[in-house]
Design a protein around this ligand. Structure first.
Ligand SMILES: Cc1cc2nc3c(=O)[nH]c(=O)nc-3n(C[C@H](O)[C@H](O)[C@H](O)COP(=O)(O)OP(=O)(O)OC[C@H]3O[C@@H](n4cnc5c(N)ncnc54)[C@H](O)[C@@H]3O)c2cc1C
Length: 663
């Protein structure tokens, strides 16, 4: 909108944000002050600028007063910059002539002195009005979006996300690094609070994934490299050799029976090393895909070359291929859903619980396998010494809510400890003691489950276990593990002798989370879990457009929450794809190629790998679709040839001059 006279006409609006801003800042005086600033044609305060009437106010003023710049003093641009730019565009003005000043987080929320906060707002709005006059009309560029989706991680979250996207008719690649999909849920016998059979819920979904015509499932595979940008990612997937042709093997297990090792001899990872397997094996009978594989670390052929390979002879389908090598698949996808899950806390880091020292101290995941009828003991809860426990102590919060290990609450441990208490009691009739700090049961039916456990006669002792020891002080403690705890409800220190200790280990980020973060250009929270773009408004988006999060890789969560989040991530990916294109924010950096000396110093600095070197022109070039406008290259460029839309020198210096004008 040009009034033809070349004059800047600023509309200024200050928001009360209820009492969020007006409680600390004198908004009426701010509006009055703004009215006196150069170029300001209209100045108003309003209770909720982001509401419909607030936005209409801007539109009406643009039309009525011929405004050509808008400044809104309100909350964070993260929350409402888009709202006010859209309102500006609706009234026919280029949206990038609108500038938002954050006087909530930067003034009202961080000051209590009303006069000082108001004075600070004067400075901030003067600076905003100073810079906005130099704004240029900018255009958003459109980038086409490919219709395929990559899902990384085949736990319950990845499975749900893949099925949801595939059901909408889109092509999905599901990449899982283990030989089977299923994740941690595949190890459980029952799930809280309903105690329904985990396999009965999970395994049908696993077979749906395998059978779905829109899903390509690559297990025993990992993403090796990702290039490109939203709508147009180029992904390289590494497929590790399993020495068995997946298309030929039907999982009949005859090769396992025929193996030169007559008895299972090697540690079974899926069974938490409580059972044994052969070098040719399948993780569990319902593994998906239903295909065996060979572990070259234990296979006699790979170790000595002297095995007669009865496995090959036993296979009527010629599925074995001992020459298989690592191979790579290149795929193009429009969106990526990261669902790489969690790692359980290693209790050896808290030696006071005796894990690894006393054989009858177990992790919760180990006990999940013991209570499982498909587990190493066929569902019998027996200890390493072969005895059935008569008394069991379950320690909550192992590794969680502790400054020495992890500060966060792992959210699911109280509930799964209740589940294990119930199952252990059911299997053994043992006395079960739960040692907890606080009982956390927020969820549908969760508190009711806790009450059920109280009625079942499970003991609850509120206090942190100080140590687990085998040092007996009384005859009753002889041959037992003694749990020393300060009972904070009874107010004294207790010693509880038990046969078996179960450690409710917390949830941690995966060991390779930092590498995955770098590969997909996403951020991690201080705990190391992947960071969502906004905890409330964009809980499955990441800072990288087109990359979404699902499940426990974003933070500890139970199965219902993982499934819900997976649905949300799938919906986001589908919305992106269905639109068919994406509009890029124009606040990207750009290079004045006349000035660029081709020194390349900007290239390694770019955190988004958006800058490359053009060997023909011998200049740097910026991929606008990848640039996030962080400004690192602008600040670092020795020749000053990199500039950034909305952050050009004239805009920044005017802002600085105005903010300091009263200093
Ligand atoms: C002992 C225990 C008991 C529990 N019991 C219950 C219960 O009864 N009810 C309940 O609601 N919740 C329970 N939970 C929580 C439950 O385990 C999680 O909610 C659920 O597993 C989260 O699913 P996910 O898919 O996000 O992660 P995961 O189950 O961890 O799956 C992640 C998947 O991604 C794969 N992966 C990881 N990194 C990569 C990579 N780089 N490339 C490719 N693939 C990768 C992994 O191999 C895995 O298959 C329990 C947790 C524990 C520790």
């Amino acid at each position: 909108m040009d009034n033809g006279d070349g004059k800047v006409r600023i509309g200024f609006y200050v928001c009360h944000c209820g009492t969020n801003i007006a409680g600390t800042v004198d908004v009426a005086s701010v509006a009055k002050y703004a009215a006196g600033l150069p170029g300001v044609a209209v100045s108003r305060d309003y209770k909720y600028m982001c509401s419909d009437p607030g936005q209409d106010l801007i539109g009406e003023d643009i039309r009525e007063h011929g405004l050509n710049r808008i400044v809104v003093a309100a909350c964070s641009p993260c929350l409402h910059e888009a709202t006010f730019r859209t309102a500006t565009a609706r009234a026919g003005l280029n949206p990038f002539f609108c500038h938002l000043v954050n006087i909530r987080e930067h003034a009202s929320w961080v000051h209590s002195d009303r006069a000082a906060a108001t004075a600070k707002v004067y400075d901030l709005i003067r600076a905003a009005c100073g810079r906005v006059r130099h704004h240029k009309a900018l255009e958003r560029k459109r980038v086409n979006v490919r219709p395929e989706v990559l899902v990384v991680g085949g736990g319950i979250a990845g499975i749900q996300a893949a099925l949801t996207v595939a059901e909408s008719g889109k092509k999905v690649y599901l990449v899982e690094r283990e030989p089977t999909i299923g994740g941690h849920m595949a190890m459980f016998d029952k799930t809280f609070p309903t105690l329904d059979c985990a396999a009965c819920i999970l395994t049908p979904k696993m077979s749906q994934v395998k059978a779905h015509p829109n899903i390509t499932l690559w297990t025993y595979s990992e993403v090796a490299a990702v290039e490109g940008f939203v709508g147009n990612f180029k992904v390289k997937v590494r497929r590790k050799p399993r020495y068995v042709n997946e298309e030929a093997c039907v999982g009949c297990m005859e090769c396992v029976d025929a193996c030169i090792y007559k008895e299972p001899k090697f540690e079974d990872e899926f069974n938490q090393r409580l059972g044994k397997r052969k070098p040719v094996y399948m993780s569990f009978p319902q593994a998906t895909p239903k295909v065996v594989q060979i572990d070259p670390e234990t296979c006699l052929h790979f170790k000595t070359g002297k095995c007669k390979q009865p496995c090959i002879a036993s296979c009527s389908r010629n599925a074995f291929d001992f020459n298989q090598e690592e191979r790579f698949e290149d795929i193009d996808v429009g969106a990526i859903i990261v669902a790489t899950g969690f790692k359980p806390f290693d209790p050896a880091r808290s030696p006071k619980y005796g894990y690894g020292h006393f054989p009858n101290v177990y992790t919760s995941l180990e006990v999940e396998r013991l209570v499982n009828s498909a587990g190493p003991t066929g569902g019998e809860v027996v200890m390493r010494d072969g005895r059935k426990p008569k008394s069991v102590g379950i320690v909550h919060c192992v590794g969680s809510r502790n400054l020495q290990t992890n500060r966060w609450c792992s959210k699911v441990c109280c509930m799964y400890s209740l589940k294990l208490a119930h199952l252990i009691k059911e299997h053994t009739h043992a006395e079960v003691y739960n040692f907890y700090i606080d009982m956390r049961t927020p969820g549908k039916g969760y508190e009711e489950f806790y009450n059920q456990l109280l009625e079942e006669g499970v003991h609850f002792i509120r206090g942190k276990v100080a140590e687990v020891t085998d040092w007996a002080m009384t005859p009753e403690e002889e041959g037992k593990l003694v749990m020393r705890v300060e009972d904070t409800l009874a107010g004294f220190v207790r010693r509880i002798p038990v046969d078996m200790v179960v450690l409710a280990v917390g949830l941690e980020p995966q060991a390779d989370a930092q590498g995955v973060r770098r590969m997909f250009n996403i951020s991690c929270s201080s705990e190391g879990f992947f960071l969502e773009r906004h905890p409330k408004l964009a809980p499955v988006d990441t800072a990288t457009d087109g990359v979404y999060l699902a499940g426990a890789c974003q933070g500890p969560k139970d199965i219902p929450d993982s499934v819900a989040q997976a649905g949300a991530a799938a919906a986001q990916a589908m919305a992106l794809i269905d639109k068919g294109y994406i509009e890029m924010e124009p606040n990207a950096a750009f290079i004045d190629s006349e000035e660029c000396s081709g020194c390349k110093s900007c290239i390694p600095l770019c955190p988004y790998t958006a800058i490359s070197f053009d060997e023909v022109t011998v200049k740097a070039t910026i991929n606008e679709a990848l640039c996030k406008g962080c400004g690192t290259c602008v600040a670092a460029c020795p020749s000053g040839s990199i500039k950034q839309n909305l952050f050009e020198d004239v805009e920044i210096f005017s802002e600085i001059e105005e903010v300091l004008a009263n200093a």
